[in-house]
Design a protein around this ligand. Structure first.
Ligand SMILES: NC(=O)c1ccc[n+]([C@@H]2O[C@H](COP(=O)([O-])OP(=O)(O)OC[C@H]3O[C@@H](n4cnc5c(N)ncnc54)[C@H](O)[C@@H]3O)[C@@H](O)[C@H]2O)c1
Length: 359
C-alpha cells in the first residue's frame, strides 16, 4: 500500500481490500449511517465489488446520480440534499463517493454543505479521478457554461485508490485521465513526460506506478499551496481555454473534461510558443503527442468569440484580465501570465488545421 499523508486526510493507493477502510467503518463509523453516492455507470460496474467486499456496507443507502458533466449542477444537489434529509442523515454520518470526477466533485460538495459538513470519503473509479479530481479538496459544481463556478475547499477523510476499478473503464475515459497526467508532466516533471509519451498502448496507463507518479505531482503541489494562492495555480495549465471549450459545448455536444483540457493545453502551449517562452522543438513535441491522441475540434469564428467570452469569466482572472499558466519548457511553467483574446483566438484558429467537426 502506498500512502500519502497530510494533516487532514490521507490517500491510500493499492487494493482496497488491504486498505484501512474496513477498520475505519468498524471503528469510526460503526454508529453512523453510510450513504454511497454513485452514478449510473459506477452503480452498474463498481458498487457490487464494494458492497460484497465490506460487510459493514450491507446496510448502506445508495444514492444514484445521473451520469455526465451536464448533471454536475445545483438542481441535482437539491435532490440529494432532500434525500439526505428524508433519510435523516446526521452530522456523524458518512458519505462515500464512488465514481469519476463528476461524482467526487459533486458528492464532496453535497457532503460539505449538508448540515455544514458531514464526513466523506472518495473512492475514485476513473483514471482522471484517481490522478487528479479526487485529490486536493476542490469540490463543486458548474453554473451554466462556467465550470466549477460554485464550490468549496473541503478534503475527504480518506481517498482510496484501487486500480481494480479501471477494469471496466472505457478506453476513451482512460484517455481523459491521460490528459491530466500529461498536464502534471508538462508543468512539473520532464521525466514523467518522457514516460507518458512513450507508452505503447493506452492500457499501460492502468499501471499503478504511472498513476503514483501523477498522484505525487498533484499531492505535493496541493500540500505546498492548499488554497491556490500561488504554486497550485500551475495545475490550471490547459484549463483556461479547456474549461471555456468544455463550457461552450456543454448543452449541445458535450466534450469530456480530459479532451477539452488536451485541446486547452495545446492552445496554451501554442500561446507559450508565440510569446517566445517555449522553444519550438518542445512545442512540436507536445503538438505531436496531443494531436495524435486527442481529436482537435473545428471551431468557427462565432464559436471562438463565445469561447473567449466564457474564458473572460474564468476563476483565475483578476481585474478583468485573463490570467493563464504558460510553459517555459517541458516540466516548467509560469503562473498568472496575462493573455489577450487575440492570442487565444490565433491559437484556436491554428489548431483548426488538425480539427474534426462536431456537427
Ligand atoms: N476537483 C478537482 O480538483 C478536479 C480536477 C480535475 C477534474 N475535475 C472534474 O472531474 C470531472 C471529470 O472527471 P471524469 O473524467 O472522471 O468524469 P466522469 O465522472 O463523468 O466519469 C467519466 C465516465 O466514466 C464513467 N465511469 C467512471 N468510473 C467507471 C468505471 N470504473 N467503469 C465504467 N465506467 C466508469 C462515468 O460514469 C462517466 O460516464 C469534471 O467535472 C472535472 O471538472 C475536478
Amino acid at each position: 500500500m502506498n500512502l500519502f499523508t497530510s494533516s487532514s486526510y490521507s490517500i491510500e493507493v493499492g487494493s482496497i481490500l488491504d486498505s484501512s477502510l474496513n477498520e475505519l467503518l468498524l471503528k469510526t463509523y460503526s454508529n453512523s449511517k453510510v450513504i454511497i453516492i454513485v452514478d449510473e455507470n459506477t452503480h452498474d460496474f463498481c458498487l457490487e465489488y464494494l458492497l460484497t467486499s465490506f460487510d459493514s456496507l450491507k446496510e448502506a443507502e445508495v444514492m444514484l446520480l445521473p451520469v455526465g458533466e451536464e448533471n454536475k449542477v445545483m438542481e441535482v444537489c437539491f435532490q440529494v440534499w432532500q434525500a439526505l434529509t428524508d433519510y435523516q442523515v446526521e452530522r456523524k454520518d458518512l458519505v462515500i463517493n464512488l465514481g469519476g470526477g463528476v461524482v467526487t466533485d459533486m458528492g464532496g460538495f453535497i457532503a460539505s454543505i449538508y448540515k455544514r459538513g458531514v464526513d466523506f470519503i472518495h473512492i475514485p473509479t476513473s483514471l482522471l479521478g484517481m490522478v487528479d479530481a479526487s485529490i486536493g479538496g476542490k469540490v463543486g459544481i458548474d453554473l451554466g457554461p462556467y465550470k466549477n463556478q460554485l464550490g468549496v475547499f473541503s478534503h475527504p477523510k480518506k481517498i482510496y485508490i484501487d486500480t481494480i476499478f479501471l477494469g471496466t473503464l472505457p478506453e476513451e475515459e482512460l484517455l481523459n485521465g491521460y490528459a491530466e497526467m500529461i498536464k502534471h508532466a508538462l508543468i512539473n516533471n520532464k521525466a514523467q513526460w518522457d514516460h507518458l509519451k512513450s507508452i505503447s498502448s493506452i492500457g499501460q496507463l492502468k499501471n499503478e506506478s504511472m498513476i503514483l507518479e501523477s498522484i505525487k505531482v498533484k499531492f505535493e503541489i496541493v500540500q505546498n499551496d492548499p488554497l491556490e494562492k500561488g504554486e497550485r495555480k500551475k495545475l490550471n495549465f490547459g484549463h483556461t481555454i479547456g474549461h471555456a471549450i468544455e463550457g461552450f459545448f456543454i448543452d449541445t455536444s458535450p466534450v469530456s473534461h480530459g479532451h477539452a483540457v488536451a485541446i486547452g493545453m495545446l492552445a496554451e502551449a501554442y500561446v507559450s510558443l508565440k510569446k517566445g517562452l517555449l522553444k519550438s522543438d518542445e512545442y512540436y513535441d507536445i503538438e505531436l503527442l496531443l494531436t495524435s491522441k486527442f481529436p482537435m475540434i473545428q471551431l468557427e469564428e462565432e464559436a471562438i468569440k463565445e469561447i473567449l467570452q466564457i474564458a473572460q469569466h474564468d476563476k483565475k482572472n483578476e481585474s478583468g484580465k485573463i490570467l493563464c499558466v504558460l510553459l517555459n519548457e517541458i516540466g516548467e511553467c509560469s503562473i498568472d501570465i496575462e493573455i489577450q483574446h487575440k492570442e487565444i483566438a490565433d491559437a484556436l484558429f491554428y489548431l483548426n488545421k488538425f480539427a474534426i467537426s462536431l456537427n
